[in-house]
Design a protein around this ligand. Sequence first.
Ligand SMILES: [Zn+2]
Length: 485
Amino acid sequence: MTSNGHQSETSPLLGSEEHEDSLSTPKSNPKVRAIVWGSLTVLFVTTVILLVGFEDYFGDAFAPWLGKLPKDPHLAALAILDRAPVIVSFGTGLLYRAIWFLLYTSGRSYWFVLLFFTKCLLPSVSTDLPILVRSSYSNNVSAVDLGSEMPGHVDIPRLRKGKVGGFFWSTYISCPNPDIAGEDFLGATWRVRDTLEQIDVSKLLIAKYPKTFALALTSDDVKVAIAEGKIASLLGVEGGHQLGNSIAVLRQYYELGVRYVTLTHTCHNAFADSCGLNPGIVPLHGGLSTLGTKLIEEMNRLGVLVDLSHTSDATARQAISHSRAPIIWSHSSARAVHDVPRNVPDDILRLIGRGENKTDGVVMVNFAPFFVASPGKASVETVADHIGHIAEVAGKEHVGLGSDFDGIGDVPVGLEDVSKYPALIAELYRRGWDKYELAGLTGGNLLRVMEGAEKVAGELRRAGASPVFDLYEKRPDVGHMRVEL
Ligand SMILES: [Zn+2]
């Protein structure tokens, strides 16, 4: 502050040369400065030449600084799963590679910003943890400690070790006893009650570990959850029998957070034919029933993914042609690699894609040894064979990871639980998959399909599509006035 009106107390930062002289600030010597800058430039250029020109001699330690993956497949797999690989949504040009470089050489802060410009990764598995809680803990979530080693294939330490960024919690309930359900599926079977309990268990477990899990209802929720370091948790219903033959029930499941419904499990239902197990079962409707087509229309309107695992081939073909939204197989492998009805045949895989007369979709590969290879042969390599085959026929943008952990008793060698995903990624990396393709496999492809289904739902709703009111025509209880005394 001046006391005499003169401007003699200017900030040294803003001061003139004259003022600097008055403060006796030493002047830098231009020669010294030139030498320092010259040396730094030479050092920088030499370092760049050494790193780029002689990278092979430095091993994996410098790979991240070059925006490259380690040569060791396992380290490369960990890097891919660790650094939120980006999905090829706008080509593999320079911009995309620059984004990858930033992601790969930086921490998570970049990725939150980049999520708004790109798509992200989640290892896209479906797990049957809720059914384990039902069978082993009587649905008492307070007795479940996911922070410690659980009896099945899934717990938090192993999810973290496996670099899992999100998964579908399968709210599965088995097919009813056919004698109770009856041939018209009209017998009371408690499947809706039990499904509600499974949804309850899933949501309570998600809420029990708020630092680990985040309920995800949209593809954006998934991205935000991953950006926050959490495991995005989606809900799926594994079988139309869990709907009690009612499309209204589908709407209420959607309200509770369910985002995929498998059209059938191992039994037929009022909507569609199942493929059964092995050797399969005799079809009932010849694919979808009329009510089944209406179910798909309502799933499209709501934004619930149509899941074709467990369905008959005819059901799958008809659903693909009827659905306006992309479809999924939440846990199915390739029939050409291992011939069981639960796997997807090539002629159906050829219907999937993004070209003309194709439907977008993703086949999330099942790890159940029974569906992967002959007895005793299932391994990381044979699972990779299924992935490779589906990629070959439908394209690498149409494969994902389904696993079915906690829903299967046996496991392939090398894929014993959710902590082992890096081994599979390493195997595919060894087989020539690049980081972009692997990012798609581990979650990007599923996210694209989710976004596609959300887009269709948005368009249908904006166009004024009304809810589907069709009822199962064999139901005797609705549309009839009953007077009960
Ligand atoms: Zn299943």
